[in-house]
Design a protein around this ligand. Structure first.
Ligand code: ZN
Length: 331
């Protein structure tokens, strides 16, 4: 909890939410990650296609989020901040040195590497991954320093599948988990809640905090189960954490096609009570846009409920860092 010499981030329900301003953290270098073209996410060219498909995690997706934020209806409410690369010592807050060394060596080779199924490291990818991690850390530090109530880290490559020792699902470094660690190490946060509404299970974040009672990890996702060696976690309701972390991982698998009412029910009946009971000092939202009905990726869940629950006009893949007080004011 907050001590006398650090700013308090505890909930203050009476404080008005600064919905008129969102601080967005971004760096152009993240566009240089080339996830390769081919058949879906394989990078494979069968030799008979007129047009190779863009990888689902491609730079244009974020370019359009930028254009929305820069020229869309909420543009007047956005304050822009330039992100920065993370340094290796920061990565070790969540990842093992062996795993980071492997990524560094893969980058040094200057060649394309498939780090995990569908997860390609090309020249420029490591620089982008460091920028995604560092930019997210900057967003968290911004909140910890009480410069704002909501900080939006618009970053790619994404991170929530990345585990302490393992890349997975287009993710190299777990940006949100690193931000959680920064918050816990800051001295002003003793408990952090992560709410992940990406359509896939936030397995990397859950794995990293599976034995912790300092981090409540919550994930709403389609019921896709495990997918290969890089993603052994099932995302099922019986994965609740272990040891002192038992009860601090809440999985909410949802059937494909779950709509607003289903999401709203899950939020009202499961997520909000769990977060309130946990009484976090900070909330990190992992906001994957692929659960949206307008997503070209999965488009299985219509998530307009978010505009009612969070009163936000935009969402994108990455992480949204928000103080608990701000979240309570939004709900
Ligand atoms: Zn996803």
């Amino acid at each position: 909890m907050a001590s006398d010499d650090v700013p308090s981030l505890s909930p203050s329900p009476a404080s008005p939410m600064a919905t008129s301003r969102v601080d967005v953290f971004w760096h152009e270098g993240m566009l240089r990650h080339d996830a390769v073209e081919g058949v879906f996410d394989t990078g494979h060219d069968p030799g008979f296609l007129d047009v190779l498909e863009k990888h689902p995690e491609n730079a244009d997706r974020v370019r359009n989020m930028l254009s929305i934020l820069r020229r869309g209806p909420i543009a007047p409410h956005v304050n822009w901040f330039t992100g920065r690369p993370a340094i290796v010592s920061e990565l070790l807050m969540f990842h093992t040195s062996e795993y980071i060394d492997d990524l560094v060596e893969a980058d040094k080779s200057g060649e394309r590497h498939e780090i995990a199924a569908g997860t390609f490291m090309s020249p420029g990818s490591w620089e982008a991954a460091l920028l995604a991690a560092g930019t997210t850390l900057s967003a968290m530090q911004h909140i910890l320093d009480c410069h704002g109530k909501i900080a939006y880290a618009l970053v790619r490559p994404p991170g929530h599948h990345s585990q302490p020792t393992q890349a997975d699902g287009y993710c190299f470094l777990n940006n949100a988990a690193l931000a959680v660690k920064l918050a816990l190490n800051s001295g002003s946060c003793s408990r952090v809640a992560v709410i992940d509404i990406d359509v896939h299970y936030g397995n990397g974040t859950a794995e990293g905090f599976y034995s912790s009672d300092k981090v409540l990890t919550v994930s709403l996702h389609m019921n896709h189960g495990s997918w290969g060696s890089s993603h052994p976690q099932k995302g099922s309701i019986d994965e609740i954490g272990e040891d002192v972390g038992s009860g601090y991982n809440l999985n909410v698998p949802l059937p494909n096609g779950t709509g607003d009412r289903g999401y709203e029910y899950a939020m009202n009946e499961l997520v909000v009570p769990a977060v309130r009971r946990f009484e976090p000092d900070m909330v990190v939202l992992v906001v994957g846009q692929d659960s949206s009905a307008v997503s070209s990726f999965f488009a299985q869940m219509h998530v307009d409920y978010l505009t009612e629950h969070l009163r936000m006009g935009f969402f994108t893949i990455i992480v949204l860092v928000i103080s608990y007080a701000a979240l309570m004011a939004l709900l």
